[in-house]
Design a protein around this ligand. Structure first.
Ligand code: GDP
Ligand code: MG
Length: 230
């Protein structure tokens, strides 16, 4: 208890499809996060040993039928637990250490942020990246923020933008920081150059398509209530 306020419980939800190369390290790192209670890996339709590797590393594994998207996997993970808040972490990260996750959770646990995010390390571009509408998969939000996204909007890679919208429309504070030294396996590495670029473009167009849905004022409110931490 701090100041009469109960410390929120946080479960980690890791969406993973065919991430056998990296998922075990990611799960171990998540388990080392000071604020994490349970680590839940949601695997749908992996054709590799993602589920086995995740379980061996100490995660609770939830399996879904293939056919959904990353957003559906995240929803399944949220509903598999009953924590006050969820820390989402992608399964394909490189260079992730438990202190990165502690740094993301701390502003949330201390009540300085309702959403707290970590961005990849883009070197000289970090000051810009930190102030763009975040599409990062590494973020902690209270359960109610995720539940506020209508099921019809649980679509592909745009889920991150829907979470931003709930935060911004609620005029709620966000803290952002760089996860120094962290990157991920790119789609080119996972699928080869042709299929990799095809999938990257598809994701890009999904996000561009949101221009019709998300209002500019959302970004204004987001920026106004954003604190960049080092
Ligand atoms: N369970 C599940 N995980 C997914 C799905 N799509 C993506 N992911 C996972 O979500 C995370 C982020 O996806 P990724 O393709 O790396 O997106 P990017 O980082 O934005 O390029 C990774 O851990 C993926 O394995 C899906 O349909 N189901
Ligand atoms: Mg990735």
């Amino acid at each position: 208890m701090t100041g009469g306020r109960r410390t929120p419980t946080i479960d980690v939800v890791v969406p993973a499809r065919n991430e056998g190369l990296t998922v075990a390290d990611v799960v171990s790192t998540c388990r080392g996060c000071t604020y994490a209670r349970d680590v839940i890996v949601v695997d749908d339709g992996s054709t590799d040993d993602t589920a086995e590797k995740a379980a061996a590393a100490g995660a609770r594994v939830v399996r879904r039928e293939r056919g959904g998207s990353k957003a559906h996997a995240m929803a399944a993970g949220v509903h598999a637990g009953d924590a006050d808040a969820v820390l989402f972490v992608d399964a394909d990260l490189r260079g992730l250490a438990s202190h990165h996750l502690d740094d993301i959770c701390r502003p949330f646990v201390e009540g300085r942020a309702v959403m707290s995010i970590g961005t990849f390390d883009y070197g000289m571009w970090n000051p810009l990246v930190l102030r763009l509408p975040p599409t990062t998969g590494e973020r902690v939000v209270p359960r109610w923020v995720f539940d506020a996204v209508p099921p019809a909007k649980l679509d592909g890679y745009t889920i991150e933008v829907m979470l931003n919208e709930v935060i911004a429309e609620g005029r709620l504070p966000t803290v952002a920081r760089v996860m120094t030294g962290v990157s991920h396996r790119t789609k080119r590495e996972k699928f080869g150059p042709v299929e990799g670029w095809r999938r990257t473009w598809r994701m890009f167009w999904q996000l561009v398509g949101l221009v019709r849905v998300v209002r500019l004022r959302t970004y204004f409110f987001y920026l106004r209530d954003l604190t960049v931490e080092r």
